[in-house]
Structure formats: C-alpha cells, structure tokens
Design a protein around this ligand. Structure first.
Ligand code: NAD
Length: 496
C-alpha cells in the first residue's frame, strides 16, 4: 500500500451500535481535493460487510417499526437539533473532503437539515385514508406501513444533503437503513451517523458500510433489503435499477444530467448573469442540476457571452479549506481533473472557442480546473452532449425560443432547465413544452426544497417515486387496505 495511504486514518463502518473496521486489504484514498492530500483511507467492503449491516438493520426493524410515529418523530427532532448544533463543523467537513466552498457546504448541510424537518412531520405525512360506508356496512381504511430494511447509495457531490435526502425519511416511516456513501466522501456520512446515535435513534436503525461496486451489488441482491435509493451517474443508476428490480425490490435511482439554460433577449442582465454563474460554476460544476448548456436566443447571445467571459475572469478559484473568500473550489479527484480537461481539449479540437477564467494562479497541489466557457461548440460534440461534471459551460446560439426548446428536448436527460426572460408568455411556453422534471423561470438551479420531490425525468431518473416530498413518503411505505364489515346484528351472534 502507498505509505501515505497506509498512514491515513481508516474510516469505520457502523453496524448496530458498533463502529468497526474490517480486515480489508483494499483501501481507497479520501482526499482533501483543494490540497491533493490524503486525509483518510476507506475500506472497500463487500458482501461480508454488507451482511453485518443488513443483519443489524433487520434486527432493529421489528421494534422500530412498532415505535409510535410521534416517538420516531421525537428522535428526528433530536437529530435536527444536533445537526444545527454541529452545523459549522459539518460544513467544514464537507469542504474538507469534497472541496466545495464553505458557503456551498453550508447550503449542502442546510438542504439536508430541511429534509429532517420534513421527516419530523411523519405522523401527519404517513396517515392513510378512510372512507366509512364504502359499501353497505363496509368501511374502508388505508394504512401506510414501512417496508423493512432500506438502503441508500450516494454520490460524492453532496456529502451531507444526499444521504439526508434518504435516511431521515426512510427511518421516520419506520424502516431501518443501510447507508453506502460515496467512497470519495465517507467522512460526512460517518459524522451524520454518529449524530444519529447521539440523538438516541436506536442502534441498528441506521447502519453504514463503505465500498464501491462490490458493496453496492451485495446490497442490490440481498434478500433482506426491501428498497434501494440511489443517486449517482446515469450508467450506474441504470445498473442499480435493473439489478434491484429484477430482485423484486422497490427502486428509485437518480442519474446524471445535462441541463439547459435559455437566455431571451429581454432577460434582466445583472440577475441573469449572476444566476448563470452560480448554476454553471457553483460547486465547480459538480451538481446534477448544474447549468451546463447555455442557449443564447437571437441578439442576446453576443452580449451574454461578453458578460460571462468577464465574470469568469473575476472568479477567485482557491483552496476552499484555507480561504473562506474562495468563489470556486477544485473538482473531486485527479481522474475528474483529467476527464474535465480532456472534455475541454476535445471541445476546442471540434471547433469551440475557449474562454478560461480565474483571477489568480491556481493552487498547484489541488485538483483545480479553470472556469471555462466554450462558445459555438459543434452541437453534436461531446462538450454539447455529454455530462462534463466540472466547471465548463458550453454556449450555443439559437434563432428563437422554439428552436431553443427543440434543441433542449433532444437531450436524453431530463433533470432541470431554466429560462431567463421578462416575458410571461415565453416563460409559460418554456415551462409547458420543456421535457424535464424541474424548471426554473429566472432561477438557475431549480432544485426543489424538501417539501417537493426531486423529480428528474428520462435518463436522469429510473423508477416511479422520487426522493423527497410526499413521493419520498410513498416510496418508503406500502399501502394496506382494510375493509371492515360491522353491522348492528353482529353482537347478537354467539360465534360458532
Ligand atoms: P457514481 O455513479 O460514480 O457513484 C455513485 C455511487 O455509486 C457511489 O456510492 C459509488 O460507490 C457507487 N458506484 C460507482 N460505480 C459503481 C458501479 N459500477 N456499480 C455499483 N455502484 C457503483 O457517481 P458520482 O461520481 O459519485 O456522482 C456524480 C454523478 O451523480 C453525476 O452523474 C451527477 O449528475 C449524479 N448526481 C445525480 C443527482 C440527481 O439527483 N439526479 C444528484 C447528485 C449527483
């Protein structure tokens, strides 16, 4: 093993109330991407590690599922209070292992806490329906019951928010949970689980395993896992969906995206540029809701391009753990740095004009990429078609809104899209005709708050019920119908 890796602290797993370390030989580095230094090593678990976590979750299920909903909510209120008390610590940890700026990390934690708040309402959210006298002397009542052991497999780009999209609602509904966080950012997940135990969520209700494909595949085929929540790239989402569905499990699998932003000639310039900058370069472009394609409509295009190239020139790209003023951080690891750089190179080879920004020298040690604008890329080039997942915005020009919508609707993905305009009719046409699940009108990143589902379409989502909102409650519960017949003569019978 690389000596730097061998010296790094090992990240523990959680089964029941036991934090433990397997006798693994295979470890992956956890980096501070701003500095390129190894800060921990994560054991790449497999079937044995998954088995231990699933057994702990299965053991905890009978008592937890019978715990009254208000008592489960009380534990979530306690978790919410602890997350607030540790808010700054969690945000700093997100920045350290993911590289996003401190402000972005605060947003990551805040959005996650909002899901816990939502889950605190479980006694109301999980109520069924009743219809007395649905037929003569017949009353109908529906209940929503938990599924059993659920699992969550999460990506690197939101180390706090995405795990919190899943387990608070799953356990509020009475399920127990196995979390398999991204091996690139396991530290925040471990801290969240520590806080869950401190909130007196009973041991076994939340468990943590680490690893990559082997651990994931063990979860997907485990007979005691009832449901799988996945967030990550489209190819893995499709694999997770196909494999777990074949095993008869309930699956929600969110994938990648290539989100389009449309700027109309009548858009308000300052707020539009601010929103585009945030959407394209926020979190160094590593968001499934990142604005990745910009379609300038009519004579908006040259002016927008000028303003954007000026704005990226001003961005302060820096070590986010050392400089709280940094406006953009690094990408996650050396592989991501190379992949993004080669996308840019290829875009230029295929005819795009290149603008690169950053007002400073990039720190030498971290995995930095300059904020990049590729203009007039070939519409069928990789820069225009593929998810780059880095700080690269590809800009194209369309004659009118119809052409922009038609272009956007050719994308196989369907997460988000945004229009910038001051014309209600254009906004309405766009919102109605665009083929994706989340639409922004003068909003660059139309990512829903916890009360709404995160509703990707097409190849950005595989399944029926999305994470968050009431769809999340539906996903983590199954409906039981009870039909009861009581009539006035019943009491006179003596039985058999
Ligand atoms: P990823 O698909 O590489 O990894 C996601 C998870 O899957 C990780 O836990 C990883 O260990 C596991 N995994 C990786 N390869 C696997 C394989 N072959 N088989 C089984 N499991 C495997 O994604 P990432 O790089 O961590 O995250 C970035 C991607 O996630 C982007 O495509 C982004 O758009 C997407 N994302 C989507 C959403 C959404 O809501 N749609 C949200 C955040 C991120």
């Amino acid at each position: 093993m690389n000596p730097m890796l061998a010296d790094a602290p090992a990240v523990p797993l959680l089964a029941g109330d036991q934090w433990w370390s397997p006798n693994a030989t295979d470890y992956q580095p956890v980096f501070n991407p701003s500095r390129g230094e190894i800060i921990a090593r994560v054991p790449m678990g497999g079937a044995a590690e998954v088995e231990r976590a699933v057994q702990a979750a299965a053991k905890a299920f009978p008592a937890w599922s019978k715990t009254p909903a208000p008592a489960r909510a009380a534990r979530l209120f306690a978790l919410k209070a602890l997350l607030e008390a540790h808010f700054d610590e969690l945000a700093a940890l997100v920045t350290r292992e993911n590289g996003k700026t401190l402000d972005e990390a605060r947003g990551d934690v805040r959005r996650g806490i909002e899901v816990v708040e939502f889950a605190c309402c479980i006694a109301h959210l999980a109520k069924g329906e009743a219809l007395p006298q649905v037929a003569d002397h017949l009353d109908g009542v529906t209940l929503r019951e938990p599924l059993g052991v659920c699992c969550g497999i999460t990506p690197f780009n939101f180390p706090a928010m995405v795990p919190l999209w899943m387990f608070p609602l799953a356990i509020a509904c009475g399920n127990t949970f196995v979390l398999k966080p991204s091996e690139k950012v396991p530290l925040t997940a471990v801290r969240l689980a520590e806080l869950a135990l401190a909130a007196e969520i009973p041991p076994g209700v939340l468990n943590v395993v680490h690893g990559g494909r082997e651990a994931v595949d063990a979860l997907l085929v485990h007979p005691q896992v009832a449901a799988v929540s996945f967030v990550g790239s489209t190819s893995v989402a499709q694999h997770v969906y196909a494999t777990a569905c074949q095993q008869g499990k309930r699956v929600q699998a969110a994938g990648g995206a290539k989100n389009v932003m449309v700027v109309m000639p009548d858009a308000e310039p300052d707020s539009t540029i601010r929103a585009i900058m945030g959407a394209a370069y926020g979190c160094a472009g590593q968001r499934c809701m990142a604005g990745s394609i910009l379609l300038g409509v009519g004579d908006a295009a040259p002016r927008v391009q000028q303003r954007l190239s000026d704005a990226i020139g001003d961005l302060l790209v820096d070590d986010t753990s050392a400089n709280p003023a940094a406006q953009m951080g690094p990408v996650i690891d050396p592989a991501a740095q190379q992949r993004v750089t080669s996308h840019v190179r290829q875009g230029v080879q295929q005819g795009a004009r290149l603008f690169q920004g950053g007002r400073n020298e990039l720190p030498a040690e971290g995995f930095f990429v300059r904020p990049t604008l590729l203009c007039d890329a070939a519409p069928d080039s990789a820069a225009a078609q593929d998810e780059v997942f880095g700080p690269v915005l590809t800009m194209l020009h369309t004659r009118d809104l119809d052409e922009a919508i038609a272009w956007a609707n050719r994308s196989p993905y369907g997460n988000g899209a945004a229009i910038f305009t001051s014309h209600g009719g254009a906004a309405r046409q766009f919102a109605r005709e665009i083929q994706c699940g989340m639409v922004g009108v003068n909003v660059g990143v139309p990512a829903p708050m916890a009360v709404f589902a995160f509703s990707g379409w097409n190849r950005s989502f595989f399944g029926d019920l999305h994470v968050q909102g009431t769809e999340g409650v539906m996903f983590y519960t199954r409906q039981k119908l009870i039909l009861s017949r009581w009539d006035a003569t019943y009491q006179r019978h003596q039985g058999w």
